[in-house]
Design a protein around this ligand. Sequence first.
Ligand code: DAH
Length: 358
Amino acid sequence: MELGALKAEIEAAIAAAGSPEALEAVRVAELGRKGRITELVKSLGTLPPEERPRAGQAYNELKREIEAAIAARRAALEAAALEARLARERTDVTLPARERPEGRIHPVSQVTEEIVAIFADMGFTVAEGPDVEDDWHNFEALNIPPEHPARQMQDTFYLESRDAQGQPLLLRTHTSPVQIRTMRAGKPPFRIIAPGRVYRRDYDMTHTPMFHQVEGLVIDRRTHMGHLKGCLTEFVRAFFERDDVPVRFRPSYFPFTEPSAEMDVGCRRSKDELVVGEGSDWLEILGCGMVHPRVLEAVGLDPDVWQGFAFGMGIDRVAMLKYGIPDLRTFFEGDLRWLEHYGFRPLEVPTTFGGLSR
Ligand code: DAH
């Protein structure tokens, strides 16, 4: 075939290739190992020697032109594909933002985040334990003797499965077993809080069979009651977002602490209102104390070297107090109108510097 005609034919094929694949097929047919131009170049050897230089030059020129034409076509196809994709994936950022239906953060989640934010600022980390516990972690290691009322069937949900000791497993009745797990798993000093679900057989305005607690534990060589008071006073003031919340500690009893105390916050009670942070009434808010030496011994710590304090607080309860929610049972009914009213805006993460509740 005459070179000019061949070139025209190939150029037409290149122009007609509508996709990268079609173009590649043209390239292989002309420039591939068995392509027509390749065969032409290979056939140089069969020409009489005096014709070879001119023919060689012409073939090479044809080859370069076709290569250039293919490259140009490929670039054009790619540009067109990009344009098409940009057009397809176009977002009109000039559209005004529309009010979209939006979820709400449940008060329990909100208050948990607030508590974590405050204690994180004081250097605590968050620890976790399982909801299904065994007798040893939930009671025994916490110095709760077998005849203790908390062990009786009306308080604790027992499961049918048993642990290796043959004791029935149970739903943890408090977050205190996380103290035990934390101390067993790591090395002192400890400074943790453990928020989570707990379970008791109870149901009325202020009790539900599942509720939430947060446990706190500080163990070090020289921790004393003064640290406990300072830490919890600081917490309560940060939590209720008032620097002047009156607090008092009353002697109390818990098997896992000695001495034990309950912490009250000052409040004002009227007919159907409760304001925390002022007034002459007191409201119990948490239990606390110095970790009992027997608890330390149970986890293999020497009570002559290590000591510290612990506390336990009802998350739902402080949520009710802080946000004026009268009935605990409504927390777990999943009523959207309730959540719309008492819930929090998503993405407004509580921080001690940016504000806890806003
Ligand atoms: N575990 C107790 C409860 O469920 C709360 C508690 C009281 C936890 C005193 C503690 C503590 O760590 O020191 O009522």
